[in-house]
Write a protein that binds this ligand. Structure first.
Ligand SMILES: Cc1ncc(COP(=O)(O)O)c(C=O)c1O
Length: 414
């Protein structure tokens, strides 16, 4: 493992040298999409220039290289997740596709009246597929509330989990408030009624190795473009016997053992869930991202990002000067939170703020963050969000805070 060195880590991301007008780029929109290190870019270019072919089909040299690279990527993702075997990792086009896969394939085993529990913190990707399942199969969908601090309300979760609960499907960390879900408590509540647990790991997976076995969950969904890989790729993890008990979601080439005009015998997982030509170069890129992440000094990164998060939280309080104009939507402490900081500035639309900050080279996200139920809970149309990744530094935080100071001055003058 290479000890954490922010400058050399940052130098591995070519796009960070971009300029936005006269300013250096300060990329603080990592919860939407993180940037790719050279190792990921190089792996994809090398694949496309030396091994481009379809996988699991032909036996010529390029095809064998492509299959090796694709399956090697699966091994890297499995290792990053501490999966018991690579066959427990299903490549999908993204986390949304992974969550829809579970809603269809695991959802097929649910009966009318069975219950699925989500939460107000969830991203639309972990809400809409369950509503669609409810509408086609008669399951009951329940949602646990959030605390005023923007965390999962465990007391309310305990109330909504009942004898008919079959699945608790919850985000591992909020893409709005940054709150990290206390997974052990969720699993304990779910197991009391023999319910399965799904974690939407989109936001957590970029922040350190995930140990699916230690977490004790049944499904884990992740997204390539949020963990320093390309877009168009994600993954679903589940124990092999659970995957094997599930019917396929999409039908087509590659997911079969034999096909006659009358019937099809499906392949074993993971191929059963990978119909058609998969996103091969993207999988290779995700594998490279998982290797890149596996080699990091995560304690070092975590300490660095906690310090920067603290600077942002203190900086927002200082800019507010007790006027109650700036409100942090999420925990104001550093405990059990990601470096994802959402805030509302009274009288300033998040899109206007983001545009003002862009003129300082600072990339933020403003809007509902695909979490409209959470926005409704906080009675907001949207928030402005700064989300940090391992390459962010003090200069990024300085630019954010001085840009906000300038925006506040301009808004007061306007
Ligand atoms: C918590 C969470 N879940 C799901 C998604 C969707 O992921 P993908 O873009 O891979 O479909 C996102 C992306 O914004 C997210 O933040």
């Amino acid at each position: 493992m290479t000890p954490f060195d922010p400058a050399s880590l940052r130098a591995q991301f070519p796009i960070l040298a971009e300029r936005i007008g006269a300013n250096p780029l300060h990329y603080l929109d990592n919860a939407a999409t993180a940037q790719m290190p050279r190792a990921v870019l190089d792996a994809m270019v090398a694949h496309e220039t030396h091994a481009r072919a379809n996988v699991h089909r032909s036996v010529h040299t390029l095809a064998e290289r492509a299959t090796r690279a694709f399956e090697g990527a699966r091994e890297a993702v499995a290792a990053y997740l501490n999966a018991a075997q690579p066959e427990e990792v299903v490549f999908t086009s993204g986390a949304t596709a992974a969550l829809n896969l579970v809603a269809h394939s695991f959802g097929a085993s649910l009966r009318p009246g069975d219950e699925v529990v989500i939460s107000t913190l969830d991203h639309h990707s972990n809400i809409v597929p369950w509503q669609m399942l409810r509408d086609r199969s008669g399951i009951v969908l329940k949602a646990a509330r959030v605390t005023p601090e923007g965390r999962l309300d465990l007391e309310h979760l305990a109330e909504v989990i009942g004898p008919r609960t079959r699945l608790v499907a919850i985000t591992h960390a909020s893409n709005v408030t940054g709150a990290i879900t206390p997974v052990a408590a969720v699993v304990a509540l779910a197991r009391k009624v023999d319910a399965r647990v799904l974690l939407d790991g989109c936001q957590m997976a970029p922040h350190g190795p995930v140990d699916v076995q230690a977490l004790g969950v049944d499904f884990y969904a992740l997204s390539g473009h949020k963990m320093f890989g390309p877009n168009g790729i994600g993954a679903l993890w589940a124990p092999f016997d659970l995957l094997e008990s599930m019917p396929p979601f999409l039908g087509g080439g590659e997911m079969i053992r034999t096909v006659t005009l009358e019937r099809t015998i499906y392949a074993k997982p993971p191929m059963r869930f990978e119909a058609g030509t998969p996103p091969i170069a993207q999988a290779v890129g995700l594998g490279a991202a998982a290797r890149f992440l596996s080699a990091l000094d995560h304690q070092g990164v975590e300490g660095h990002l906690a310090r920067l998060t603290g600077r942002i939280l203190d900086g927002l309080a200082a800019l507010d000067r007790g006027r109650q104009r700036i409100r942090v939507i999420g925990p104001t402490s550093l405990e059990a939170r990601l470096p994802v900081i959402s805030f509302d500035i009274a009288g300033a639309h998040p899109h206007d703020l983001c545009q003002m900050l862009d003129s300082h080279g600072v990339a933020l996200r403003g809007g509902h963050h695909c979490a409209q139920p959470l926005m409704e809970h906080f009675d907001l149309a949207g928030t402005t969000r700064a989300s940090l990744a391992l390459y962010n530094d003090d200069a990024d935080v300085d630019a954010l805070l001085s840009g906000l100071d300038d925006a506040l001055t301009r808004l007061s003058a306007g």
